[in-house]
Design a protein around this ligand. Structure first.
Ligand code: ZN
Length: 375
């Protein structure tokens, strides 16, 4: 293995590409490990920092190797973390740790591929409802999906206040819990605003002069649009259109909200924590978002576009949205082996939040632990 950049983010060679780093590092022996055998050690001649082959590995710091492809497949195809841990004879914490490592690679990959994408289709957005920690803390996961490609462009998350019919005991319980944690006010509106904030980066009016966004009739959505200045301006000049459709309308393929209805169904079926009335649910919001990110990678970049009766295609959703198979393959060549460095990414606020595990878990004291190597 030959290092292609210095892992120290403060070194002048951290952003080196191809063979620019050649001549600026040297071999300084090796060491033996139980987990991967002999590991080469290096020293950067520019900053003097030492590092090893493992510094660049997605398995950096681990004491055991797991099949990461299998963990990714299983988390995105309905298996719970505890079920995967049983199957691979590891602890739940080890599996969750690998899920997080892969989720950071997922954030890096998705945002890298999005940076060059030029939107060529209309969009559909909606909120998927589940809960974190307990049913007293429902959440809204906002999804931005391509109308033709069913590609998931982005997700945002917010905790919302429990509503609906409750017994007197439940109301008292909610009151008690809310003394410790209260869902943010106007959560859906601000979450939806953050989601729509992704659009101006994707939309090139030269490439697509008019863009239509489909949603249901939720009253927060028009207000969110007004909070994204580029979209509000484009709405005034007629290049951005917001169309609504009743959420109660039949969920057929001719329903303009079909792409998000379809995605809702996929999430319900593919992520164990989203299955209703089961012992699986999200205990920690940040961990839940890490699993959602892995599902996004699976859905967008691995799963062929609507496999089903009478419909056969090899193309994945990302290709339908205009990302070339070659660019996807280049990303997957290192997805399960290399470690993405935060310092080398240009992430959206939402991607950064998922990477740094900043999402708040209701009632949890203190922040969710983030290993030093991830920051
Ligand atoms: Zn260096």
């Amino acid at each position: 293995m030959v290092p292609s950049f210095c892992p120290n983010p403060h070194c002048g060679h951290h952003f080196d590409e191809s063979d620019a780093y050649a001549g600026h590092w040297k071999h300084v022996g090796s060491y033996d490990t139980l987990v991967v055998g002999n590991v080469l050690r290096f020293k950067c001649l520019a900053c003097g920092k030492g590092f090893s082959e493992r510094t660049f590995s997605v398995d950096y710091y681990t004491k055991r190797l797991f099949n990461l492809r299998e963990i990714h497949r299983a988390t995105s195809q309905g298996e719970s973390v505890s079920s995967i841990a049983r199957h691979l004879t590891g602890s739940i914490a080890s599996i969750q740790n690998r899920v997080e490592r892969l989720s950071r690679n997922g954030v890096a990959m998705h945002e890298y591929l999005l940076a060059d994408l030029k939107l060529s289709e209309n969009l559909v957005a909606d909120g998927f409802e589940s809960f974190d920690r307990s049913q007293y803390f429902p959440n809204n996961i906002n999804l931005l999906v391509g109308q033709d490609s069913q590609f998931l462009y982005g997700v945002t998350h917010t905790t919302i206040r429990r509503k609906g019919r409750m017994t007197r005991h439940q109301k008292r319980m909610r009151e008690k819990l809310e003394q410790t944690y209260r869902a943010p006010k106007k959560g859906i509106q601000s979450s939806f605003t953050r989601l729509l904030g992704l659009i101006p980066k994707l939309w090139d009016t030269y490439h697509k002069p008019q863009l239509r966004l489909w949603t249901d009739e939720h009253c927060a959505y028009p207000r969110s649009i007004l909070h994204v200045s580029q979209l509000a301006q484009s709405q005034c000049n007629g290049s951005f259109l917001h169309s609504t459709w009743p959420s109660k309308a039949r969920r057929t393929i001719s329903n303009p909200l079909f792409p998000v209805n379809y995605y809702d169904r996929e999430l319900r079926k593919d992520i164990a924590a989203f299955r209703r009335e089961s012992t699986c649910y999200t205990r920690n919001t940040a961990n839940g978002l890490a699993r959602l990110m892995l599902h996004l990678v699976y859905h967008n970049y691995q799963k062929p576009f609507r496999v089903g009766p009478g419909r056969e295609t090899e193309e994945v959703h990302a290709e339908m949205a205009g990302i070339s198979a070659v660019r996807i393959a280049v990303q997957f060549a290192t997805f399960y082996t290399d470690r993405a460095f935060l310092s080398k990414q240009q992430l959206s606020d939402e991607g950064r939040k998922i990477w740094l595990k900043e999402a708040v878990t209701p009632l949890k004291v203190g922040a969710t632990y983030l290993p030093k190597y991830a920051g």
